[in-house]
Write a protein that binds this ligand. Structure first.
Ligand code: ATP
Length: 304
């Protein structure tokens, strides 16, 4: 599955950026992913976020001319609500999230936050307003404390510990002999997928953005870890406008709105119950995932 943010192979560049004290996640991905044509409009003001109302209006986009990827996308995500985006692989889910972060400029239509076209404001202010919890979190060869603080410049130890608590990773860190000074990475502590995701959640809590993009991990976490992570995510979503790129439908049952993308178009939208009743693609995906998970459960109990 294509990932929202490509793995970082330009670590040298990233390191320099970090050393210069540019500690915004987005700025880091900028270096790698943003094509040079995405530039601030002359004299662009910063984004003024009131409540974080996100809208896509008739958005068309393609990576290459003549190859449309997203077609006529209309979305309205009222402040503080959660929109889940589902659909088959390659439908354009991650692309939609990249456009909100303005990795690319759209071909036509508008994306607005609190009524401001995101092309008309500075990229820095746009990205400061949006937190991203990616599928795969990049960790630096540094301490676990540093890795959490990467979410905000000048975070105090108390702030870092509070974020770690919010992400339910403080107990794990405190059990390490060197606590927050424990080194992670190649020659240090190895973190599991779930623990890395908690570091990403802690970073986001420190950044405290009004808007959130969650790119759900496709790699299977065991069901207990997944349930724990879901609880933590629900806690950080509260009060923020959230866009979730979802792969497992079980995790988005409570989303305020669900849109189903297929080949770059919204083919269904509604709540979980509405979409099930509609009996379309969502209902089909739901039935398939339910069958798969009961098969897995049967295999697990047979193995036990
Ligand atoms: P998945 O569930 O597999 O992650 P997705 O719904 O998130 O898929 P996208 O990653 O948004 O799908 O990709 C939508 C389409 O755009 C795909 O056909 C993909 O090949 C294409 N695409 C994605 N990234 C690029 C890129 N950087 N350049 C060109 N085409 C791309």
């Amino acid at each position: 599955l294509a990932q929202l943010f490509r793995p970082l192979d330009l670590l040298g560049m990233v390191y320099r950026t970090v050393r210069q004290g540019v500690i915004d996640m987005g700025a880091m991905f900028d270096l790698i992913d943003t094509p040079s044509e995405v530039v601030d409009a002359p004299g662009a003001p910063p984004l003024a976020v009131a409540r974080g109302h996100v809208r896509f209006e008739a958005v068309e986009f393609g990576y290459d001319a003549g190859q449309p990827i997203l077609k006529g996308i209309d979305l309205d995500v009222p402040p503080g609500t959660t929109l889940a985006v589902v659909g088959p692989s390659g439908a354009g889910k991650s692309t939609l999230a990249r456009l909100l972060y303005r990795f690319y400029d759209i071909g036509s239509g508008r994306i607005t936050i609190d009524g401001q076209d995101i092309r008309a404001v500075t990229q820095d202010s746009l990205r400061a307003a949006i937190g991203i919890v990616p599928q795969d979190t990049v960790l630096f060869n540094d301490t676990i404390g540093y890795n959490i603080a990467y979410g905000r410049e000048g975070a105090s130890e108390a702030d870092i510990a509070a974020a770690a608590r919010g992400a339910a990773i403080s107990g794990f860190i405190e059990r390490q002999p060197e606590g927050y000074a424990t080194r992670v990475g190649e020659r240090g502590l190895k973190l599991s997928g779930g623990e890395k995701q908690r570091v990403a959640i802690a970073r986001t809590l420190l950044k405290n953005p009004p808007i959130l993009i969650l790119d759900e991990a496709t790699s299977a976490l065991d069901s207990r870890t997944e349930a724990e992570i879901m609880e933590t995510l629900e806690a950080i979503e509260r009060g923020r406008t959230t866009v979730v790129i979802a792969h497992r439908l079980s995790t988005i049952v409570h989303a305020d709105q669900i849109v189903v993308l297929e080949a770059g178009r919204v083919v269904e939208r509604g709540s979980h119950a509405e979409l099930l009743a509609h009996g379309g693609l969502y209902a089909e995906m739901w039935a398939r995932q339910a069958a798969e998970s009961s098969e897995e459960a049967a295999q697990e109990s047979a193995a036990a």
